[in-house]
Design a protein around this ligand. Structure first.
Ligand code: ADP
Ligand code: MG
Length: 726
């Protein structure tokens, strides 16, 4: 490099910095317009909203070429004053807002005065309007925010007609994209349908230009359900239930929701979510997701819901100004509102849900190493009702041998051959509404105390993490990695799932769906199996073990009625376990842990004090249903060594193939496949069942902040700092 080079500082590598210039106003306006009017359907939405704001009782929409050629919206609203016509289509001219503070209390749909202006920057706009008491109306065309000519007097009926022609004529790329993609007309029909369901006093119609048949035609009515029937058809209405929620705790009610939601009979591949917040048609992705989750959790069919919901909040609780097309709004206390709605839907669905049978599953209570259940085989299981159970990807097996999570875990005993009794229990998950006097059960004060305890112990910081984290992946046998804001945390999956199941056991108390074992499982045998693993009692002392099993079985039989009533754990008169509760929908516990559960239930539950009884029983359920690592060790990485066939089987093989060789045929492929499926299944469940449920239901206790359940491993800021230093 030439040291004498007089290049100014900083100009060495990148050349001269480009000059900064002020954009011409017309360019600015066109850019902004493209944001407000993103596609023909957004123009229709704005125009229809203007009509509603103008107090119209009839709104007619005509569309040509999916709106690219022509959009025409006519209403019978209050019209526009002659004096206002010159500035009607200038940016930021509005009759609805004057001071910024008004935004807090605004109830009209428009407020920015941008919609009409934007349309004139990306299309040709003609307005015809008449105000009350006038003999004639006026017609005027606009281009780039200004009138093209003086308003011309014309004959007009009450109200306003806005015509937008050649939308995006000056935005070549946008026009091309829209022309190539599907026509926007279905979207337009969809918008009008939604408006028709909400604004039941307005007559809406929507048709294609030249067609005499309207695709939406709603007559004003006094009943919401009639409006829905009118637009979506009688078959939809047949499967709807009314729902209402309001904030009972507040002195003066600050939140109210009413609407209609589909019941268990409704079948659809896509969710229809019609959401109005303070009469604005909006999207709220988190609410939609929460609702979808409740449906998928409670109703086993893959059907997506139909939801119409109108939420009313004090205007100052809604920030309407967060999205260029006002499509999304942000709410104060959004989490709590979503929670309340979710609870209400859950209750409705539970009540409407009758007997249903789904998912057959093979359970092998004896051979612990044969951890083979259909669910773990990773196939989609068809149910007796013909509905499909949750799809579990079959290809999700860990194949990367470098995966660090290959260490041996403690559950590997390999003692299956010791177990004599090989009774295969084929369990049919028979969901029987075991609700008996749910009110009585639900009102038990001990249970309330335990629920309050959960609330008092709640750690708000962790709650925020759980609710708003992004799941990254599993880190090893026990930990999963999540990101929250700029921080990464390791979460102990066993601990959180145990707590979640405990809390759910108390929440659903007296109100469980049931997993029916098609063959009763003898408690005594289950306990014996569990005791075999217990090293504190020596193997010779079988008599003592038998006694423990006998006594505990008797205890459980004595308390059978109560645990059935409250926890849906059904034990028949001969001491067989026949039914288990559904603690988390779409989730079945690992049946390999059934023996341990039977023993815990007999041994560790306190039966005489009500509160302790509920706590210990819920804890036993929590422990059984928690997402423990599968009994088969993780085969990835070095773990694969454990799947080598033992020496006896190898005796006839070639001697030099010994020890160091990990040839395919030395590995017990069948067992390996089972293990891989079990681990893949677990990983899938963590991501798709555990974390979504935690987000909705878990109230993390304070102890989890310090007991290693949540461990912060990195903050991105710090990582960036480290990189900067490099
Ligand atoms: P905004 O709705 O945000 O006020 P717009 O650009 O959509 O902005 O409309 C500008 C103004 O034009 C409105 O404030 C309203 O006074 C008037 N206007 C628009 N459409 C109609 C209509 N269909 N009937 C009566 N007035 C209308
Ligand atoms: Mg508007």
């Amino acid at each position: 490099m030439d040291v004498d080079d007089p290049t100014p500082r900083g100009g060495g590598g990148g050349g001269e910095p480009p000059r900064i210039r002020r954009l011409e106003e017309s360019v600015v306006n066109r850019i902004a317009a493209g944001e407000v009017i993103q596609r023909p359907s957004s123009a229709v939405k704005e125009l229809v909203e203007n009509s509603i704001d103008a107090g119209a009782s009839t709104v007619s929409v005509t569309v040509k070429d999916g709106g690219l050629k022509l959009i025409q919206v006519s209403d019978d609203g209050h019209g526009i004053r002659f004096e206002d016509l010159p500035i009607l289509c200038e940016r930021h001219t509005t009759s609805k807002l004057s001071a910024y503070e008004d935004l807090q209390t605004i109830t009209s749909m428009g407020f920015r005065g941008e919609a009409l202006a934007s349309m004139t920057y990306v299309g040709h706009v003609t307005v015809t309007t008449i105000t009350e008491g006038q003999l004639h109306g006026y017609r005027v065309s606009y281009r780039d925010g200004v009138m093209e000519n003086d308003p011309k007097p014309c004959a007009a009926v009450k109200g306003t007609q806005v015509m937008v022609e050649n939308l995006f004529y000056n935005m070549v790329a946008r026009r091309k994209t829209l022309q190539n993609s599907n026509d926007d007309y279905p979207k337009i029909v969809d918008f009008i349908s939604r408006f028709a369901v909400h604004h039941i006093n307005v007559n809406f119609s929507c048709r294609k230009h030249g067609s005499n048949r309207a695709d939406v035609h709603s007559a004003s009515t006094s009943s919401r359900i009639d409006a829905i029937r009118n637009v979506y058809g009688a078959s939809v209405v047949r499967d709807l239930m009314e729902i209402e929620v309001s904030d009972e705790n507040a002195v003066d009610e600050i939140f109210r929701m009413d609407g209609f939601i589909s019941n268990a009979n409704y079948v659809a591949k896509k969710t229809t979510m019609i959401l109005f917040i303070n009469d604005r048609l909006v999207d709220c992705t988190s609410l939609k997701r929460a609702i979808e989750f409740v449906y998928s959790a409670i109703l086993p069919q893959a059907s997506k819901p139909f939801v119409y919901m109108s939420i009313n909040l004090p205007p100052e609780h809604v920030d309407v100004n967060i999205h260029p097309t006002k499509k999304e709004v942000s709410l104060l206390n959004q989490e709590r509102i979503i929670e309340m709605i979710k609870d209400a839907i859950e209750e409705k669905l539970m009540n409407c849900n009758t007997t249903r049978i789904f998912q057959t599953q093979a359970v092998n209570t004896s051979a612990l190493t044969q951890a083979s259940t259909q669910k773990e085989k990773g196939t989609e299981v068809s149910t007796p009702t013909g509905a499909k159970s949750q799809k579990i990807p079959s290809q999700m097996v860990r194949t990367d041998p470098r995966d660090p999570s290959g260490r041996l875990h403690t559950y590997w005993h390999g003692q299956s051959s010791n177990l004599e009794k090989k009774s295969d229990l084929v369990s049919v998950r028979n969901v029987v509404r075991s609700r008996r006097n749910p009110k009585d059960a639900g009102d038990l004060s001990s249970r309330h105390e335990l629920l309050t305890e959960i609330d008092t112990n709640l750690h708000l910081g962790l709650l925020d993490i759980v609710k708003n984290c992004t799941y990254v992946g599993v880190a090893d046998e026990v930990f999963a990695l999540i990101q929250h804001n700029t921080r990464l945390y390791l979460v102990n999956v066993v601990n959180v799932s145990k707590e979640l199941m405990y809390q759910q056991a108390l929440c659903r108390f007296g109100n469980f769906n049931a997993i029916q074992l098609s063959e009763p499982a003898p408690l005594r045998e289950l306990m014996m199996m569990a005791l075999k693993d217990d090293e504190s009692i020596s193997d010779e002392n079988d008599k003592e073990k038998l006694e423990i099993a006998e006594v505990n079985t008797e205890i459980l039989k004595e308390n059978a009625e109560m645990i059935n009533e409250y926890f849906s754990i059904h034990i028949d008169q001969s001491g067989n376990l026949t039914r288990l509760p559904v603690v988390l929908d779409q989730y079945t516990p690992d049946m390999d842990r059934l023996p341990e559960f039977a023993l815990t239930l007999g041994n560790d539950v306190t039966w005489d004090v009500e509160r302790d009884c509920f706590r210990t029983a819920a804890a036993a359920i929590g422990n059984f249903y928690a997402l423990h690592p599968p009994i088969l060790p993780n085969p990835s990485g070095n773990g694969i060594q454990l799947y080598k066939k033992n020496k006896d089987c190898m005796a006839s093989g070639e001697r030099d193939n010994d020890s160091t060789n990990t040839d395919e045929d030395e590995i017990d492929q069948e067992l390996l496949a089972e293990a891989e499926a079990a681990w893949a299944q677990r990983e899938w469940t963590i991501q798709h069942v555990l974390f979504p449920s935690m987000r909705l239901f878990l109230k993390p206790p304070k102890s989890m902040a310090t007991d290693g359940t949540f461990v912060q491993v990195a903050s991105l800021e710090k990582l960036y700092k480290i990189f900067e230093r490099c």
